[in-house]
Design a protein around this ligand. Sequence first.
Ligand SMILES: [Zn+2]
Ligand SMILES: [Zn+2]
Length: 305
Amino acid sequence: MFDHVSGDFEEQKRVMNLSLVVAVVLLGAKITAAAVTGSSAVYSDAAESVVHLLAVGFAVWALRLAHKPADETHHFGHDKVSYLSSGFEGAMISAAAVLIIYEAVRQCIFGVTLDNISFGVAITAAAAGVNLVLGLALIRVGKRRQSALIRANGLHVLTDVWSSVAVLVALGLIVLTGWKWWDPIAAMLASLNILRTGFKLIRESLGGLLDETDVEAEKNIRALLDRECAARGMSFHNFRHRHSGRVHWVEFHLVCDDALTVGQAHELATEVEASVAAMLSPDGRVISHLEPKSTAHHDERWETR
Ligand SMILES: [Zn+2]
Ligand SMILES: [Zn+2]
């Protein structure tokens, strides 16, 4: 059932492995820069790199698990772990943001001391360039492969680009104006931006884990079911659908004429199922329950039709 994704899985693995390698290299570079400059903006960049590595490591593990096919103990596959991964990524960068705020406040209280600003500028600019290319690549692959996990990692990496830009602007302003307080100010602004992305990722992850309704898909599937059922003299109710990562699961009850044989009714149901699956292709899984008009009833309280 997952055969058709093996090719794009290779691409996803490649781009996430690249993300991991970049995370390791940048961690080393930023720790060095923070130690040499003593800048809280650069320090916060380095602190972010530590949680960054944790988050990417978790995502690489989750990506492998997500692509394991369904088995005896996980009948719906493993791809829901993608949502856990993007939530973890959001929680990690939010933690980094808190750390950055703490450091900036500490600097405000105890004063700003900076050395070797040009070295900090060089490292930070290089990191921003690498992250910009990586982040855009991750988002492109994530969108094309409908992977919440890879998209989340891409958003995270782009957040880091903005943090680096804030550091660069701060260090530049310090050189131009000689006023050192730009450093904690930039750190604060960067951390607010990180918090914004962090909460967004956590929010999306919760939506996925709790099977939040995809309103757009719901409208389309309902419209299709209305048409397909009307064409066959049937009606439907108890329609439910949810995403488990990339697979879209759909179920509904079909009400048919009492006079149809089981064979005839089943044939009609199979046609309706097939057209819904075709609309959600290639990752739609559709199942229906058949009932005769005389005993049909709704079970779902929230469903009005
Ligand atoms: Zn990061
Ligand atoms: Zn029913």
